[in-house]
Design a protein around this ligand. Structure first.
Ligand code: HEM
Length: 201
């Protein structure tokens, strides 16, 4: 095992944009003065999550859903290895974390769409309630996600947050991705600027 490149630029930049967007949207959710900032931040989460769905199909090896979305047996096997304090090592996302990611992306899209509809006054009070409920559900999954990242980092003795910054994690050389895909990351940034601006206008 050695340090190899597994997270490409779109995965890493998309991740930290989602973190910034989610935290900003949460902090500005109750304020009338920051309504535009809130819409912009929510637009970023929605735009990144939509891009990530596409990248999960056409992206590099460890970014693809097919590489980390696993059935219930694999999830249970991973969770029981966690309980035995001997978690199985996965070079990409582990099977339990994979489902948290699917939930975060799904909730990011649903929360973003319901927020956009609210912002444009397309629904009544029920839509506001739905948007708030989805955002609260997302916060719950974020907390579970953070607990998973922390426990995974501690049990594997591997700093997963640093890996999401550098793209490098322990693995065998044949599992490394050949390119960090900088041009796709530039497309992601352009898309986020255009879609985020449009959604908040
Ligand atoms: C400061 C807070 C956060 C930290 C430190 C953090 C850290 C991480 C780490 C280390 C991973 C990789 C896990 C692995 O190795 O399998 C990851 C993945 C992920 N996180 Fe977070 N996370 C944070 C907040 C969030 C938030 C707020 C969201 C969503 C709104 C989010 C969404 C995701 C997604 C979608 C992935 C999968 C990345 C991909 O494959 O594209 N995270 N996070």
């Amino acid at each position: 095992m050695q340090k190899i490149l597994i997270w490409d630029w779109p995965v890493r930049i998309g991740h930290w944009l989602m973190v910034g967007g989610f935290v900003t949207a949460w902090l500005t959710s109750e304020s009338e003065n920051f309504r535009l900032v809130h819409a912009w931040a929510g637009g970023i989460v929605l735009a990144v999550a939509a891009f990530r769905l596409l990248w999960g199909i056409v992206g590099s090896r460890h970014a693809r859903f097919a590489s980390f979305v696993r059935g219930p047996q694999a999830v249970l096997a991973y969770l029981s290895s966690l309980l035995r304090l001997q978690p199985a090592h996965h070079t990409g996302h582990n099977p339990a974390g994979g489902w948290a990611i699917v939930a975060l992306l799904g909730l990011g899209i649903l929360t973003g769409i319901s927020g956009w509809a609210n912002y444009n006054e397309l629904g009544g009070h029920w839509l506001e309630e739905l948007h708030e409920g989805l955002a609260a559900g997302m916060l719950t999954v974020v907390i579970v996600h953070l607990a998973g990242v922390l426990s995974g980092s501690l049990m594997h003795g591997e700093n997963l947050v640093q890996a999401m910054l550098t793209g490098r994690k322990a693995g065998s050389p044949e599992e490394a991705i050949p390119s960090a895909r900088p041009m796709a990351a530039a497309s992601l940034l352009a898309w986020v600027i255009v879609a985020g601006w449009w959604l908040a206008s």
